[in-house]
Write a protein that binds this ligand. Structure first.
Ligand SMILES: [Mg+2]
Length: 166
């Protein structure tokens, strides 16, 4: 293990919304060329921002996949974005909705963090999740909702960097 590695905040990453927005990228935005995505057979990958990997790595946190893509995130998204293989949060196998309007990811993510500071980037989290984490996680946490129509923007990265610098 790298010395000090466990001191770094975690960043839990959702894929659909933050990295693959609901809408196509605006004209002029850099995206992958067709030939770079040939063989993947998923047209939504055209919505990835090829530079998000470098931007995320530059935050110098420990990145963790927190997505329904599960292991596919390491198979497909990590190589395209130039990310290493990341740890993946496993989800409980249940159809029951968690109480108090919580997102179904909130408890597993908080448990995974195990008291370490963390950032969670997702398009579906709400104030209920923030409140629950504030009262159940004994450490700093930034639950940042990303607009699923834009994906991660410069403003999102600025906010994250400010939080990390605090
Ligand atoms: Mg999402």
């Amino acid at each position: 293990m790298i010395p000090g590695a466990t001191d770094r905040p975690l960043i839990f990453l959702d894929v659909d919304g933050p990295l693959i927005p609901l809408s196509s990228r605006p004209p002029g935005h850099r995206t992958f060329r067709d030939e770079e995505l040939s063989g993947y057979g998923n047209p939504l990958l055209h919505r990835l921002d090829p530079d998000d990997g470098q931007r995320l790595l530059a935050l110098n946190c420990e990145l963790v996949w927190a997505t329904t893509w599960m292991a596919d995130a390491n198979e497909v998204i990590s190589p395209l974005l130039g990310l290493p293989e990341l740890a993946v949060v496993e989800w409980p196998d249940t159809d029951e909705d968690p109480p108090h309007g919580l997102h179904w990811k909130t408890e597993p993510i908080t448990e995974w963090a195990a008291g370490r500071p963390f950032i969670w980037l997702d398009d579906e989290l709400t104030e209920a999740d923030r409140q629950w984490v504030a009262s159940h996680h004994g450490c700093r946490a930034l639950l940042h909702r990303v607009d699923p129509h834009t994906g991660l923007t410069k403003a999102d990265y600025s906010l994250i960097r400010r939080w990390l610098a605090e």
